[in-house]
Write a protein that binds this ligand. Structure first.
Ligand code: FE
Ligand code: FE
Ligand code: MG
Length: 159
């Protein structure tokens, strides 16, 4: 049966789904980067950093949930294979190969700044086309800005 919730969208639904799937790939890579960072981080201020990394990992997983649910609601399919995360990602993955607090914070700040750009572009694209996805993406953007802020504040406290 035709879905009114999809019909009201002004714009290419497939294109919206593709943008959301790219963001979904980013969120899984960001989740893993934080999740692993929390485990391997060491040195001075390790506890403060680990606490923040763990919190952000949880938020990125929530973002992945929101994106996947909306993709399905729009009649799309969330990216099915982890190997496709690398094909779709906007922001890539930075392995925490140096476990010291400062390089880990810097890697994740870079990731957040990329995420902010990605979601800002999505917000602009969706603004007059799909208010429901727009609102969701806006709330993710708000979280990413908070993540960047938290990490920069922590880095500045340490330095
Ligand atoms: Fe996120
Ligand atoms: Fe984030
Ligand atoms: Mg935080």
């Amino acid at each position: 049966m035709e879905r009114k919730g999809i019909k009201i969208i002004k714009g290419d639904v497939e294109e919206i789904v593709n943008g959301l799937n790219k963001a979904l790939a980013d969120e899984w890579l960001a989740y893993y980067q934080y999740w692993l960072g929390e485990k391997v981080v060491k040195g001075k201020f390790r506890e403060e950093a680990a606490k923040e990394l763990a919190e952000h990992a949880g938020d990125e997983l929530k973002h992945a949930n929101m994106l996947a649910d909306r993709i399905i609601q729009l009649g799309g399919t969330p990216v099915l294979k982890p190997e496709d995360w690398y094909k779709l990602t906007n922001c890539g993955y930075d392995a925490p190969s140096d476990p010291a607090v400062i390089p880990i914070l810097k890697q994740n700040i870079k990731g957040e700044q990329c995420a902010i750009e990605v979601y800002q572009k999505l917000v602009e694209k969706l603004k007059d086309k799909d208010p429901v996805t727009y609102y969701m993406v806006l709330s993710i953007l708000k979280d990413e800005i908070e993540h960047e802020d938290d990490l920069i504040n922590l880095l500045e406290d340490i330095q």
